[in-house]
Design a protein. Sequence first.
Length: 145
Amino acid sequence: MGSKHGQFKNGNMDKEISDAGEPTCLFCSLDENTEIITETQLAYAIYDKFPVNPGHSLVIPKRHVKDYFKLTPKEQNACWKLLNQLKGILDLKYGPDAYNIGINNLFAAGQTVPHVHIHLIPRYIGDIERPHGGVRGVIPEKKDY
């Protein structure tokens, strides 16, 4: 827990490769200063570099896959198990009142890094004026119903 990695030991990941032969995916080749909060054989968790709230984290499968639905059932289960473990860590460190959990799956859904990742966003009473609608806010005119 809390280790720093520049690159994973698992050499079997299907990575996007640059012209220079280097991995181009931000999640396949982490910056050496990136803290891995916790990890398993199939997935890891890091803090989001552009957090919505304190403790905003990402659960990421180690194999490079763009589409959540292309993960194996074992990888999907590993991500959700790690998400539960991460929630316990964030509860102790940040003490949030609630969480939003989300996946922006592929470009049309707002995915900006083409590698599956699950957002775990701690929420705090008063962090926004009216939280009604939660994740429905991705399409603002559909938030209120």
